[in-house]
Design a binder for this molecule. Structure first.
Ligand code: UTP
Length: 292
């Protein structure tokens, strides 16, 4: 079984749910607590043993390349001012040279198309896909749990979480065949099933482990919902040839591609930070009292 060494981060979307901020700031660069979304998700992948990070970028997304590079003036200034701890924190978070690749999706034709744009950098090996607008608070990291499941069963893994029945129409939902602990053999997937028709309450989270045979399927460039090239459609085709398991991970997710989810992530994750929690608690109490 080939190990999972590479991860693809599709970051070329328009982020319309986060407008107007996303007009000039890439959605993936919006901060949660004190670092951009993409940094949280890259850290999750690193904690799963990923060695090569492939960002599928687009117009207006160059800030991400700068973020994962040295900022010489800033580093010199921090050094001169004796802010060595902060300097160390910033420099040590940088990926090593050659660990990050950028490929360009020249138009937002959909998630499947974005993943397909990374085909040559991925090559002939299984790989992970992480959607950077979802932050997952989990220990071990969500992708690390998925990699462990992959090492157990191989094939393709789709990380899922349970959502209330009343909300299944908002998500991609997995059709389960059989369950063994947190691993669920899958027989299909439906994108946003009409209310009352969902095959389960297991919703797709935005973390996948896929075999490279997904690429020839995506190469057909068939368009699906929203006239976009959908990753879900390609996975459904691959499911006819290969094993797919859903993995019901342990942890908590925040959909930061949506304003409320982003606000919640800021609140919840700052409440977990020892240096911030007391101040955030009293700030929330004050604001609640003021709002009446
Ligand atoms: P989303 O559908 O959540 O992102 O795609 P979006 O299209 O940017 O956001 P909204 O719905 O308009 O608010 C999930 C991930 O896939 C990327 C996005 O950047 C996001 O991180 N994506 C999506 C691409 O890279 N290319 C695409 O063509 C579409």
């Amino acid at each position: 079984m080939k190990p999972i060494r590479k991860a693809v981060f599709p970051v070329a979307g328009l982020g319309t749910r986060m407008l107007p901020a996303a007009k000039t700031v890439a959605k993936e660069m919006l901060p949660v607590v004190d670092r951009p979304l993409i940094a949280w998700v890259l850290e999750e992948a690193r904690a799963a043993g990923i060695e090569h990070f492939i960002l599928v970028t687009g117009r207006g997304k160059t800030a991400m390349e700068d973020y994962f590079d040295h900022q010489i003036e800033l580093e010199l200034t921090l050094k001169e001012k004796g802010k060595t701890e902060l300097l160390e924190q910033i420099v040590s978070a940088l990926p090593k040279e050659g660990e990050v690749s950028y490929v360009r999706q020249m138009a937002p034709h959909g998630l499947g198309h974005a993943v397909w744009c990374a085909r040559d950098v991925v090559g002939e090996e299984p790989f992970a896909v992480l959607l950077p607008d979802v932050i997952v608070d989990a220990e071990p990291s969500c992708l690390a749990q998925a990699v462990k499941a992959y090492e157990h069963v191989g094939g393709n893994i789709v990380v899922v979480e349970q959502v209330p029945e009343s909300e299944t129409h908002k998500y991609g939902i997995v059709t389960p065949k059989s369950r063994n602990g947190r691993l669920i053999q899958m027989s299909g997937m439906v994108e946003k099933p009409p209310q009352g028709s969902a095959p389960s309450n297991l919703s797709v989270l935005g973390r996948y482990i896929l075999q490279p045979e997904i690429f020839p399927i995506l190469s057909a460039q068939e368009r699906g919902a929203g006239n976009e090239i959908q990753l879900t459609d390609a996975m459904a085709r691959l499911m006819q040839q290969q094993d797919f398991h859903a993995y019901d991970y342990e942890g908590r997710s925040y959909d930061c591609g949506d304003r409320l989810g982003w606000l919640r992530a800021n609140l919840a994750l700052s409440l977990k930070r020892p240096d911030l929690q007391a101040a955030v608690r009293s700030m929330v109490a004050e604001e609640m009292a003021r709002a009446g």
